[in-house]
Each structure stands twice: as C-alpha cells, then as structure tokens.
Design a protein around this ligand. Structure first.
Ligand code: SAH
Length: 346
C-alpha cells in the first residue's frame, strides 16, 4: 500500500489547491492550515469547524505526522527536559528554561550531530538525520504549551541550541523559523529567536544574503586556531579567519551583533594569551560574549576553569568595552544543560 502523505508537507497554496481539486472551496484550505499550524492539531477529528465528511476525506488522503512528548523531567530549578519521539521512533530532546523575566525553549534541529566537538554529549550519538520543519515547529508548540501550563504565560524566546547543527539543516530550520514568525504560526518576533552554530562560514554568509532577522550565536570557545581545533574539529576545515570574514559579512548585511558562546576550561583556554586572543577577535566585529558554565559529561577529562580565570576574562572584556555575561547552567540535575543532551532518559 502506498503510504499517505504528511499533510504538513503541503504549503498553504498547495493545500488551497487540493481543496479546489476536491470541488471544495479554497478557503477550506486556510481553515485546515490554521488547525495544522497555529492550533497544532494532531488529528483530523480535532478540526471541529470542518465537516465530518471533509475530515474523513482528509484522513483517506493524508496523515498528520506529529511528535510525541515521550517523557518529561523537571529540574529543581524549574527547567523541563522533554524526550520527544518522532514519527519514525527516533528521539530528540527539547528543553524549557524559565527565568524571572522570560521562558526560553531550546530546540533540536537534528537527530544526533556529526561535528564531534570533544566536550559535547550529543556528539556521542551516532545516528543522524535532519528534522523536518514540522518536527522543529512541534517542539516549539509543545514547550509553549508547557510554558502556559507551568509558568502561566506563553513562550518568550527560542534558541536553536539543542541537538544538532542548525546550519547543516539550513532549509528545514529556516522553514520552521518562518512558520514560528508567521501569523499563520506563532507570530513570534524574530528578535526573540537565536540560532546557535558551530560557525560555518558559507552558511553564515547565506543567512546574511537571505536577509534573516533572527539573532546569531557562534560557539567560539577559543580565538586561537590550535586550541579551537582540538575542541572543535570543524575548525580544521574552516578556521577563525574564515569565520571572522563571514561574521563581518553578516554584520555588514544585517547590522545585528553576534553573540559568542564561550566555555572556559581548566588548562585549555584559561591563560592570558587566550583572553587576549578573544578580546582581539571581538574587537574585529560587533559582538558580545556569553561565558557558559561547563557541564561535565562522562569521562571526557575536561574541567571548568577556576573562578579566578573566569573573573579575569570578565574584567578584560569589560575593560575593552565588550559586553560579557556569565551564564549559570540550568537543569543540570536532569542532564538538560548545554551539551548534555544525549537521550539518556530514553
Ligand atoms: N551545534 C550548535 C548548537 C548546539 S550546542 C552549536 O554548536 O552552537 C549549544 C551550545 O552548548 C554550544 O555553544 C556548545 O558549544 C555548548 N556546549 C556543548 N557541550 C557543552 C558542555 N558540555 N558544557 C557547556 N556547553 C556545552
């Protein structure tokens, strides 16, 4: 038997045309589209303003592939980690992070990751496929529902910092973001969305050319090539100079400053030369730095640097008028913090 098509692979125009081909009104396509995206319906039966006959006709022709929150863990600090089951049974994770001022969803873009950063738990997962736009969008809908339920307000921000490298799933990530921004979807401002990348120069230039309005974060971790290459093998292919060139291009086109994510490890990047290199790098493109706490993963031998080294980073960056934030980890007790997403609960 031929398997039925996922109805959400159709865009609005295609859905309208489908209804015309069924001798129905194009407008019906708009109504169904609204159920599928803005209202996040999982079944055709949910579509209460659509006649029973039409709902049956739809289920004869299509399926609605949707994610299922397979398990949910709540941290003592309120962070919620979801193991999300995809229609083919694979699992990714997404995290809801409440703070006093905002609730942020951290979503995955791929199953596993191919980049092999030495300090990241996701890198240990072999399996890899790209998520579809609807699988990314659904993580946002699911965390938005949790935000309303547990925090009494809707989701305020989204970060693409879950599993995978979003710029290696460019088309689908951008399609998902389009839907998140669209009035047909969540109608969220792109200013509240941040895409985090390992730093792929070609794709960063493409983002700038495509005129995206969301924020860009780059996992830098070192501004010295040898050191960065050891932690992030991707740096051997595209080094810091190439990365900088693409970031300057991004800034010229978007006028949107870049956030560098930075972990300070003991004995790796905690010396004066590391700090000087970062300050120099930051001076070359409008940017700010988020120092993130290192979340230990099993047996990797890395240790967070001493507080003294981190304070020194902060002092030197501030002295050079570069904004720096030191971010505390959230959801560590449930392995929900940065770099800890590895489907352990599954
Ligand atoms: N591939 C993207 C997004 C996923 S990682 C990227 O690399 O940016 C999200 C962030 O968590 C990145 O900044 C990554 O460097 C950081 N990270 C990975 N492992 C970590 C760990 N064990 N402790 C703290 N941060 C980590």
């Amino acid at each position: 038997m031929e398997s039925k098509k996922d109805i959400r692979a159709l865009n609005k125009e295609e859905l309208r045309n489908f209804f015309i081909s069924q001798k129905d009104k194009a407008f019906r396509g708009n109504q169904v589209y609204e159920w599928l995206w803005r209202k996040g319906a999982h079944t055709f039966e949910d579509m209460t303003n659509i006649s029973k006959a039409t709902r049956m006709m739809l289920s004869d022709n299509f399926v609605i592939n949707h994610i299922e929150v397979d398990s949910m863990q709540q941290s003592v600090d309120g962070t919620i980690k979801n193991a999300v089951k995809l229609h083919d049974g694979l699992i990714v994770e997404s995290v809801l992070i409440p703070t006093e001022t905002r609730t942020t969803a951290c979503v995955s873009s791929q199953v596993g990751c191919s980049l092999n950063c030495t300090f990241c738990a996701t890198a240990r997962l072999k399996k890899m496929r790209n998520l579809n736009p609807d699988e990314i969008y659904d993580q946002v809908i699911a965390t938005d529902r949790q935000s309303r339920l547990y925090q009494n307000h809707k989701l305020s921000n989204i970060v693409f910092m879950g599993m995978g490298e979003p710029l290696l799933n460019y088309k689908n990530v951008l399609a998902a973001i389009d839907m998140i921004i669209s009035e047909d979807g969540l109608g969220m401002s792109p200013k509240r969305i941040t895409l985090s990348t390992v730093g792929l120069p070609k794709m960063i230039k493409k983002l700038a050319d495509d005129g995206v309005k969301f924020n860009l974060a780059v996992s830098l971790h070192s501004a010295i090539d040898d050191v960065r290459s050891k932690m992030m093998p991707i740096n051997e292919k595209s080094n810091l100079a190439d990365l900088l060139d693409s970031l300057q291009y991004w800034y010229r086109k978007t006028k949107n400053q870049i956030t560098f994510e930075y972990v300070v490890w003991k004995g790796i990047n905690d010396k004066k030369k590391d700090i000087d290199a970062l300050v120099n790098y930051c001076k070359k493109v409008p940017s700010k730095v988020n120092i993130i706490e290192y979340n230990a993963i099993e047996e990797d031998g890395f240790k967070q640097a001493d507080k003294k080294a981190i304070d020194y980073y902060v002092r030197e960056l501030e002295r050079n008028n570069i904004t720096v934030n030191v971010r505390r980890s959230r959801g560590k007790d449930i392995d929900a913090a940065c770099g800890q997403l590895a489907n352990k609960s599954s």
